[in-house]
Design a protein around this ligand. Structure first.
Ligand SMILES: [Zn+2]
Length: 90
């Protein structure tokens, strides 16, 4: 992901123009989101991806042993972090 906040601001303006909906840009700390708990893990306690140099983008879960796409996992955790800033749609 690019670090330039201006790029995201412009993307929101474009999306707002195309959808005619009011959008809000929410920034969250993405630290360790790709190494966080496996969302959808079938085991308790929930596992985390075991990343290696050979398995950086896709890694096995420490609990259920399933392969996890670490980029998708990061996006899911970022979305969860954003939820506390979002207002429910009336
Ligand atoms: Zn798992």
């Amino acid at each position: 992901m690019p670090d330039d906040l201006d790029l995201y601001i412009r993307a929101v303006v474009v999306a707002q123009t195309l959808t005619t909906k009011k959008l809000t840009l929410v920034t969250v700390d993405p630290y360790k989101t790709s190494q966080s708990e496996h969302i959808g893990c079938s085991h308790i306690p929930v596992g985390k991806p075991i990343r290696t140099a050979q398995q950086y983008d896709v890694a096995r879960c420490s609990a259920c042993n399933k392969f996890i796409n670490t980029h998708t996992l990061a996006a899911q955790h970022i979305a969860l972090r954003c939820k506390k800033y979002l207002q429910p749609i009336p």
